[in-house]
Design a protein around this ligand. Structure first.
Ligand code: PGA
Length: 309
């Protein structure tokens, strides 16, 4: 990386807020090698994996969050489409059907696809009507769980502390966790975005000692299911910020290997440009994960981005 003295501050309206807070240091590398991602002349110091290095070797991960959609028949078709698609062996793919279809899907979906639950209970099972415990998921061979999705935060009243506890318990039971965070439009526009993300990340981090089985999904609420995807720069800005936060609060090793997914209106048309961003390590996909061919294309976004770089 070029020495700090050789870095010229680069003004940019979108990043002004972060700069004012001293949370991001935007620079233009004046001398020294440029990374392929720094081709536009912009890097985010410390936060990203560095403007002068390649993306990390962490495996790209694509999650398909089917939410509360589908029936046995449509799921048979979706699974057949997924099975007939070509997914690169270096990409990890995790599909999350509704609970009642987990068994059907895990039996029918072929490797390399894995399955995830969309939620689980905060502790050991018992008298919790309507809940599914982490132990039950493990018992049924479900290796992953999505926790803290904004729909559960907003519609089911799950706050960050509760999500943190869920993360801790799921990890204790040997599940791998996709923990979701993200700001609303109001929070973004009022300048609260970074505080909100820090609060959500903090509650997760407090409950994690081994980050190996943890993936973070940054999903701006305003982009979920709206068709309004974050621009690659908007997504990269936040991902770099989160990585910087993890570097400072947890450690550089974890920050480098932690996968931070982007979610919110990802589709087969916008995925390649997003996948080309330095700090985007995969996607959590809702609507487009219900269309086999589109989802398979999204699973191939990283290789398409590499070819196009
Ligand atoms: P979307 O949902 O892709 O339909 O926006 C993403 C998510 O909620 O995980």
């Amino acid at each position: 990386m070029a020495p700090a003295a050789a870095l010229t501050p680069l003004p940019g309206a979108r990043l002004d807020n972060a700069l004012r807070r001293g949370r991001l240091s935007i620079f233009r590398p004046v001398t020294g090698p440029h990374s392929p991602r720094a081709g536009r002349g912009i890097g985010v110091r410390l936060g990203c994996r560095s403007a002068t290095t390649m993306k990390s070797t962490a495996r790209f991960l694509v999650g398909g969050n089917w939410k509360c959609n589908g029936d046995r028949e449509s799921i048979v078709r979706l699974v057949a489409d997924l099975n007939s698609g070509d997914v690169p062996s270096d990409v990890e793919v995790v599909c999350a059907p509704p609970f009642v279809y987990l068994d059907q899907v895990s039996k029918a979906l072929m490797p390399p696809y894995q399955v995830a639950a969309q939620n689980c209970w905060v502790g050991k099972g018992g008298a919790f009507t309507g809940e599914v415990s982490a132990e039950m998921l493990s018992d049924c061979g479900v290796g992953w769980v999505i926790l803290g999705h904004s729909e559960r935060r907003a519609l089911c009243g799950e706050d960050s502390q509760f999500v943190g506890k869920k993360v801790a318990y799921a990890l204790e039971q040997g599940l791998r966790v996709i923990a979701c965070i993200g700001e609303t439009l109001e929070q973004r526009e009022s300048g609260e975005m970074f505080n909100v993300l820090e609060e959500q990340m903090g509650a997760i981090a407090e409950n994690v000692s081994d980050w190996g089985p943890v993936v973070i999904a940054y999903e701006p609420v305003w982009a979920i299911g709206t068709g309004v995807v974050a621009t690659p720069d908007q997504a990269q800005e936040v991902h770099a910020y989160l990585r910087k936060w993890v570097t400072e609060k947890v450690g550089a090793g974890v920050a480098d290997s932690l996968r931070i997914l982007y979610g919110g209106s990802v589709n087969d048309a916008n995925c390649v440009e997003l996948a080309g961003q330095e700090d985007i390590d995969g996607f959590l996909v809702g609507g487009a994960s219900l269309k086999g061919a589109a989802f398979v294309k999204i699973c191939n976004a990283q290789s398409a981005a590499t070819v196009g770089a």
